[in-house]
Write a protein that binds this ligand. Structure first.
Ligand code: ADP
Ligand code: AMP
Length: 213
C-alpha cells in the first residue's frame, strides 16, 4: 500500500492522508510537516527551507529528495506509506521512481484531490494548524471543539505564515507550473485516480477508500 496524495496546497491532502494512515496503520510522510518540525527545532535544514516556504516557493529538489528516499526505506515503511506533499516536481517524481526501482518496488496509487482555485483560497485562509502534532482544522468547515486549541494534543492552533493571502496566490501559481504536470506523469505510469475534493471530508475519504480499499 504505497500511496501518493496529489492536489493543490489546501486541497485536503493532509486531512485525508492522516485518516488513511490511521486506517491502514502505515506512516504518513508529509514533507511540509518535516520542514516545519526542522524550523521549530532550528536545524540547518530548517534554516535552509524557511525562506522558500515563507515566500510560497518550493524548497530545492536536492534538499527534499534524499530526505524522502531515506525515510521510505525505514523499517516502519515495510508495509507501505502515504506521501503527502511529495513529489512536487517532475525531478522529484523521477527520483522517487528510481529509488523504488532500485529495490524492485513501485508506487501503487497516486490520488489527485481536485479542488478549484477559488475554494483553495477560501480553505487556506481558514486553515489553522497545530504546531504541536501537525493536525489541521478549518475555522468554519472543520473547527476544533474549543476555539484556538488542538483537539488532539491541546496545543495552540495558528494561521501558518504561508497561508496568509499574499503568499497563497504564489503557492497556487507554483502548484500550476511545477506540480500539476505530475498528474500526467502518474497517468502515464497507470496509477492515477482522481477524487472530487469539494465534497465533505467524510465523502472524500469514502471515495479514496473505494480506490485503495
Ligand atoms: P493540504 O494538505 O492539501 O494542504 P489540508 O488537509 O491542510 O490541505 O486542508 C486544507 C484546509 O481545508 C484545512 O483547513 C482543512 O481543515 C480544510 N479541509 C480539508 N478537507 C476539506 C473538505 N473536504 N471540505 C472542507 N474543508 C476541508
Ligand atoms: P505543505 O505543508 O505540503 O503545504 O508544504 C509547505 C511548504 O513546504 C511548501 O510550500 C514548500 O515551500 C515546502 N515543501 C513541502 N514539500 C515540498 C516538496 N516536496 N518540494 C519542495 N518544497 C516542499
Amino acid at each position: 500500500m504505497k500511496i501518493i496524495m496529489l492536489g493543490a496546497p489546501g486541497a485536503g491532502k493532509g486531512t485525508q492522508a492522516k485518516q488513511i494512515a490511521d486506517k491502514f496503520s502505515i506512516p504518513h510522510i508529509s514533507t511540509g510537516d518535516i520542514f516545519r518540525a526542522n524550523i521549530k527545532e532550528g536545524t540547518e535544514l530548517g534554516k535552509k527551507a524557511k525562506g522558500y516556504m515563507d515566500a510560497g516557493e518550493l524548497v530545492p529538489d536536492e534538499l527534499v529528495c534524499d530526505l524522502v528516499v531515506d525515510r521510505i526505506q525505514k523499517e516502519d515503511c515495510a508495509n507501505g506509506f502515504i506521501l503527502d506533499g511529495f513529489p512536487r516536481t517532475i525531478p522529484q517524481a523521477e527520483a522517487l521512481t528510481e529509488a523504488l526501482n532500485a529495490i524492485g518496488q513501485k508506487m501503487d496509487y497516486a490520488i489527485d484531490i481536485e479542488v478549484d482555485d477559488a475554494q483553495i483560497v477560501e480553505r487556506m485562509g481558514g486553515r489553522r494548524a497545530c504546531l504541536g502534532c501537525g493536525a489541521t482544522y478549518h475555522i468554519i468547515n472543520i473547527p476544533p471543539k474549543k476555539e484556538g486549541i488542538c483537539d488532539r494534543c491541546g496545543s495552540e492552533i495558528i494561521l501558518r505564515d504561508d497561508d496568509k493571502p499574499e503568499t497563497v496566490q504564489n503557492r497556487l501559481n507554483v502548484y500550476h507550473e511545477q506540480t500539476q504536470p505530475l498528474i500526467d506523469y502518474y497517468k502515464n505510469e497507470g496509477i492515477l485516480s482522481s477524487v472530487d475534493g469539494t465534497q465533505p471530508m467524510d465523502k472524500v475519504f469514502a471515495d479514496i477508500i473505494g480506490i485503495v480499499g
